[in-house]
Design a protein around this ligand. Structure first.
Ligand code: 13P
Ligand code: SF4
Length: 353
């Protein structure tokens, strides 16, 4: 671990104030996936959050955090927390010298594509994603050669190499709108096989005639929910609302009251009256909702993403102090520009009326 040359020290009063600030948010986290937060636990991390927030100012850095990372990152040090789409917009607009991306590597790569002048760093280079890691640019080129008439649509959970081969990128917040808007009947959607199934169902529901082809990736978090837990939970909790992500199987999404991006799922829970909610997604999202909607009742069901959980306050502090070479995202300029084309097309269609 790289330690700062001169670790900062804070007075007892500064630590106490910071611990109270953290506790006001973290006290609501009840999910068993998180540690339990009391004033002692907040005092323990307060020197680190204080140091990170000072380092951000010194280094001209912003911290972007996906909602799936630990709540002490989201509420302790993140400048913006949200879903892939929101964080891409923030990366595009960031006028920062440095972006620390607390999420997974494909998200940081997307930030670098959109903000090439910034130094974009990741707390842990091992924070991959089973979807992004399931398909290479070369494999996609081979698939494209088999379906030359197809529009090539890539889910944002893909590498820069894959994005460079696509006509348009999508996130879970705009996938149906973008696929529906394309003139081609045949769509090659990569790399999420389960999201492709959800697109097929949605296009059929909308009466839109599309042929959706896909590669074989899945999310190792969302492909594991057992449809029986929904049946059991509905029996036990009348009035329950089941909320899931389009990376889930159609057996799960077909039984859900709401399906959407992590940002849309949060919005749905915040604006819906129901006695109970079941969140079939990564536990970080449930923790955010426990903090931001403490009056709602949640029943367990979430799962952990091992890649998102590679982020920690210590690693964020260390990468701010002095990033190791492998923590800095670097992209070939020609590849970056090709990948940028597919992301800009996404913004254009997603933001259109
Ligand atoms: P969102 O864009 O909905 O946040 O999804 C990202 C992700 O990795 C879900 O597993
Ligand atoms: Fe990738 Fe799934 Fe983790 Fe999201 S939850 S980063 S899709 S492995």
């Amino acid at each position: 671990m790289v330690m700062p040359a001169h670790p900062k020290t804070y007075s007892e009063a500064e630590i106490e104030d910071e611990a109270k600030r953290l506790l006001a948010r973290l006290m609501h986290v009840e999910c068993e996936a998180s540690r339990s937060w009391n004033i002692e636990a907040c005092r323990e991390i307060a020197p680190l959050t204080l140091e990170i927030n000072d380092l951000k100012k010194e280094k001209g850095a912003v911290v972007l955090a996906h909602s799936y990372v630990e709540p002490e990152i989201v509420y302790g040090v993140a400048d913006f927390a949200g879903d892939s789409y929101m964080l891409s917009l923030k990366a595009k607009q960031a006028a920062a010298e440095r972006i620390v991306f607390s999420g997974v590597v494909f998200m940081a790569e997307t930030a670098k594509i959109l903000s090439p002048e910034a130094e974009v760093v990741v707390p842990d280079r091992g924070s991959g994603c089973s979807l992004a890691d399931s398909l290479t640019g070369a494999q996609l080129r081979e698939l494209k050669s088999r379906y030359p008439d197809a529009a090539v649509v890539c889910y944002i959970n893909s590498t820069a190499d894959v994005k460079a081969e696509c006509d348009v990128c999508v996130t879970s917040s705009n996938v149906y709108k973008i696929v529906a808007s394309l003139p081609q009947k045949r769509i090659l959607f990569v790399p999420d096989r389960l999201m492709a199934e959800n697109i097929r169902v949605e296009m059929r529901k909308r009466g839109i005639d599309k042929e959706i082809l896909s590669s074989d990736g899945t999310c190792i978090v969302h492909d594991r929910f057992d449809p029986n837990i929904v049946v059991d939970a509905r029996r036990k909790y009348p009035g329950l609302k089941v909320v899931s992500h389009p990376e889930c199987t159609i057996d799960i999404t077909g039984q859900s009251d709401f399906v959407g991006s992590t940002g849309a799922m949060m919005e749905y829970v915040k604006t819906t009256e129901a006695p109970y909610f079941m969140m079939l997604t990564e536990c970080g999202l449930l923790e955010r909702l426990e903090v931001e909607s403490p009056e709602k009742n949640f029943i367990s069901g979430c799962k952990l993403c091992p890649y998102m959980k590679m982020n920690s306050l210590e690693k964020i502090r260390d990468v701010l102090v002095s990033p190791r070479q492998e923590q800095i995202i670097e992209l070939d300029e020609e590849l970056r520009l090709k990948a940028l084309g597919s992301i800009e097309r996404m913004f254009e269609i997603a933001e259109s009326k």
